[in-house]
Design a protein around this ligand. Sequence first.
Ligand code: ATP
Length: 430
Amino acid sequence: MLEMRIIASKEDDSKSDTKSDSKVEPKEEEETKFDSEKLNEKDGNYLLTYTRHLERRLRSLESTKSKLERELLAAQRDLANLRQELDRLRQPPLISAVVTDMLDDKRAVVKSSSGPSFIVNISRKIDLENVKINDRVALNQRTFSVMEKLPEVVDPLVQVMEIDEKPTNITYEDIGGLNEQIQEVRETVELPLLRPQLFKKIGIEPPKGILLFGTPGTGKTLVAKAVANATKATFIRVIGSELVQKFIGEGARMVRELFEMAKKKAPSIVFIDELDAIGSKRLQVATSGDREVQRTLMQLLSELDGFDNRGDIRIIGATNRPDILDPALLRPGRFDRLIEFPPPDDVAREAIFKIHTLKMTMDPNAREFRRFLQATDGATGAEIKAIVTEAGMFAIRRAAESVSLEDMQAAIAKVMKGTKTTQDRFELYA
Ligand code: ATP
């Protein structure tokens, strides 16, 4: 095969030699044509590849460009923000003031926080209709013009008194005895909020406030918690001593803000626990501290009086010492209804035992609560709770599975003895 190909090629060569001999010029022409074709093809390929390369480069440059443009935009945004922030920080401070009067010529009389009062212009940015006496405003430092209206402030101490999460675990069923008291509380607090039309129909104003009084641990706070849970009203809880402040006028201001908040969030229930902390009798001989407490009490009296219509606000007070309360607090129109919380009787004590042992593991004979009624005569609800907790502790100490009758008896003896000695001790100091 190879030989044949060589021969054939030789033949071709000879043929071509003869051809070349006869026509030299056309061959050269052909060759140059062939060369230039080849060259053109090569150039074409090269150009094609180069164009593709350029196109790729262009695409990558375009994507880099758009990326850089995006970055530029972000940087410009940052710059604008920073400039704004810088301008904001460079602004001179404003002076806070309170509007004391509005004049007819669109000017206002303001009392600045530093003391003096000024008659000032109001910036056109502010809607004059919205500016009222007692509003807080900000003044320009040089011209004292009113630059903006400030939002109203509620003391953070007052703000935290609102209970957002109501004690959902406490209902009227969790209270042993106290049926009459619960009914009275519901009538005075719940009913006017839930069915105000009943009072309208009869033509009477519902009682304003109620005062729960009784020895410690008889369930006053418990009833208030159950009321909070039963209504959808805003529940504001304040302890009397929280309203006693160090600086003059602070307590009164807190009382005012407390009622402002209650009015804004009406319907609401204000529960003032340990009312005696601010509500004790006013005496002629008093220290400056006493006078501050008296000022707070007077503010409370005026709020209770409701010179301004208090709207849908119900007030519950609670105290262990009604005897030391100022008579002004107890007059009709303020704490209208006085509800006594006596120590529980036999039936109530049995019910309280049942409530507090509901989730406990107990021997059947330990659950016969009637046995314990005599030994726990005079015990309060809080003491009964302490007895069952103590009995549980005894059972744990014995490493027992359930509370026995003996645990209960030992707990009663311990708690009741403790109560008696405490009472004796108090009597000693009385
Ligand atoms: P203080 O005057 O000292 O504030 P208080 O009358 O407000 O006392 P509460 O806080 O209501 O007493 O009661 C203390 C605890 O005693 C309650 O958490 C509850 O467990 C228990 N308790 C009191 N009375 C009852 C009752 N009638 N039924 C069920 N539990 C009660």
